[in-house]
Design a protein around this ligand. Structure first.
Ligand code: 5GP
Ligand code: ZN
Length: 118
């Protein structure tokens, strides 16, 4: 179930501007910003403005809107940081590495061996 906004959710507070963030992209339904602890330069998170806990609790239409923005944001990252690769990933539940329970897609630019990821 997705809510308009959830109390005590860091990402809802970021969308609201209550917690500052480095905006990468924004429209009516989606927000993208730099990860606070970037695993590589330009590490970006893409989130729905609706609070959905994870992929299991997300309506297909919300998932569709969210993912539909990824090509544009990926191209912006490619332009800005000139990586030689890009990982797109989504963690669901703690065992998979999810630590913020507001659905998000990681865009992780890659710079070759020793770039710090994977
Ligand atoms: P997860 O581990 O849930 O897949 O990813 C959560 C991500 O959110 C982590 O990479 C973490 O660094 C990032 N993060 C957590 N708190 C904040 C914050 O307050 N601001 C920003 N920009 N990123 C955050
Ligand atoms: Zn939230």
């Amino acid at each position: 179930e997705c809510l308009h906004m959830a109390d005590e959710c860091i990402f809802c507070k970021i969308i609201d501007g209550e917690i500052p963030s480095a905006k990468v992209y924004e429209d009516d339904e989606v927000y993208a910003f730099l990860d606070i602890s970037q695993v590589t330069k330009g590490h970006t998170l893409v989130i729905p403005k609706q609070h959905c806990q994870d992929i299991y609790n997300t309506h297909p239409e919300t998932a569709e809107k969210l993912f539909s923005r990824v090509p544009k944001i990926a191209n912006a990252i490619k332009q800005t940081y000139a990586p030689i690769g890009l990982n797109v990933l989504n963690n669901n539940e703690e065992a998979a590495g999810q630590s913020v329970f507001h659905l998000h897609i990681h865009l992780i630019p890659r710079y070759g061996e020793g770039d710090g990821f994977g």
